[in-house]
Design a protein around this ligand. Structure first.
Ligand SMILES: [Mg+2]
Length: 337
């Protein structure tokens, strides 16, 4: 069998395996043992199925099990079947007379034997067949080991990928969120604006923009400190979100400046929402731990997208309307011209 082996290490690897041979005739066992005495792998023998089972159960790395079919007590097929419990991967071989061919076929089916050698055997043939089976078992085990390594590596890669995806999601969220208010930030808002603008341009329909600014916000900060100023910003962000419909998107545009994008909304609809927001903010008082409650108002500019208008131009018109609201007395809204 050695001429079938490519590398020296594989030949050496065979020394870890055991072949178990079972026959009820002691002289056959002796012949077998002598026949395999020069092989790398170990050969151990039993002269009954029961004894063979015990050997299989007690021996590690059983690569091949060779069994006679006709034996008193437990026949070969029963022995081979029962041996599966202890050595499920071992390669099973029947050694029996040619006259028993039908019994042998049945035994091969029931016992899971994959190889068959007739008695009397030709020694070279027997050596080659058993040796080939040991090598086959070795390759099966190697393949399984490699497959397990690959599975493990794949599992690690999947885990790594999942971590990366989570990290990326988190980074993406951080990069698009205003840390103080939790609203979308300016960068992401400008992306949404561009998306909605081109969608509106393609499909027709309306797109409106509300821009507002907290009146005298600098005074809030100067009088009560930045912590109170931050509380005001957060409260307004919270109230804004009460007005949003599913498709609307609100963002903190700058320091005390906010925007709301309203898809599928004409100017009058946007004005209705803006006025409710203005009223709600005016009715709200922000409490502080030390000092009186703080009340603020907002000034609002509203614009709707015109034909072939850029997002930038829309923002400028909303901004101009907002400044008119400031100049016209604050706590009010103006429509863009
Ligand atoms: Mg026999």
């Amino acid at each position: 069998m050695n001429n079938q082996v490519d590398s020296k290490s594989e030949v050496n690897a065979l020394s870890q395996y055991t072949v178990i041979m079972v026959d009820d005739e002691l002289n056959i066992l002796q012949t077998l043992k002598r026949c395999f005495s020069r092989e790398k792998f170990r050969v151990i023998c039993a002269n009954s199925g029961a004894e063979g089972l015990k050997l299989v159960a007690d021996t590690a790395n059983v690569a091949v099990i060779v069994s006679d079919q006709r034996m008193p007590g437990m026949n070969g097929s029963e022995f081979l079947t029962r041996s599966r419990e202890f050595a499920p991967d071992a390669i099973r071989m029947l050694l029996t007379g040619y006259s028993d061919i039908e019994t042998t076929v049945a035994a091969m089916n029931e016992g899971g034997a994959t190889h068959y050698i007739g008695k009397p055997w030709e020694e070279t043939m027997l050596l080659q067949t058993v040796g080939g089976c040991v090598m086959q078992y070795h390759l099966n085990m190697e393949n399984r080991r490699q497959q397990e390594i690959i599975n493990q590596q794949n599992a690690e890669l999947r885990e790594l990928l999942s971590q990366r995806t989570q990290q990326n999601c988190k980074l993406e969220q951080m990069a698009s969120t205003d840390a103080l208010t939790g609203l979308t930030n300016r960068r992401r808002f400008l992306e949404s604006l561009e998306n909605e603008r081109s969608r509106t341009e393609r499909n027709g329909g309306a797109l409106s923009l509300i821009m507002f600014d907290i009146d005298h916000f600098k005074k809030v900060n100067d009088t009560w400190g930045h912590a109170v100023g931050d509380k005001v910003l957060c409260e307004i962000a919270r109230e804004m979100q009460l007005f949003l419909r599913k498709a609307d998107s609100a963002a903190r545009y700058g320091g005390e400046e906010f925007v709301i994008l309203l898809p599928e909304t004409e100017l009058p609809g946007a004005a209705l929402i803006a006025n409710r927001l203005r009223q709600m903010v005016a009715d709200t008082v922000i409490t502080q731990d030390q000092g009186p409650p703080v009340a603020v108002t907002i000034s609002i500019g509203i614009a709707s997208l015109e034909l072939d208008e850029s997002g930038e131009k829309l923002l400028i018109r909303a901004d101009q309307a907002m400044y008119r609201a400031k100049n016209n007395g604050r706590n009010r809204m103006e429509l863009a011209s």
